[in-house]
Design a protein around this ligand. Sequence first.
Ligand code: ZN
Length: 160
Amino acid sequence: MSDSRNIISFFYTLRDPEGRVLDLASPEEPIVYLEGSGMIIEGLAAALAGLEPGTKKRIEVPAADGYGERDPEQVRRIARSVLPIEGELKVGDQFRTAEDQAAPIVTVMEISGEEVLLDANHPLAGVDLTFDVEVLTVRVATAAEIEHGHVHAAGDHCQN
Ligand code: ZN
């Protein structure tokens, strides 16, 4: 096994099973992805491996290989007063449970009196995903990029 890894730039449109567009990356602002960095979901990463530049592909990612199945344990009723949110709260609101960017995003399902029903499942949990992808460029990652776990700009410059 070689530990060579690629940097793949691509753009995509992501749709749910009803055909609604959930997310997209344009050709002008593609995703630039280091293989093995965990930056994109597993099912998409596996399907992109080995594709040539210019390849257009429809990639179907079942929920389990995307954002996971919905977990009923992640739906909880808690007191409104413990939430880090000032002001009005309404059904459908989404917010992070802490300042940390890695903190889970929760969705308000229901408000009854002083209690709020929160869903901490990822908003795309349980959703089968369809990506229409086009690969722009593929190049071998540099040793520094693999060591740092992220993509560098031209000339192997690290911006971090
Ligand atoms: Zn770096």
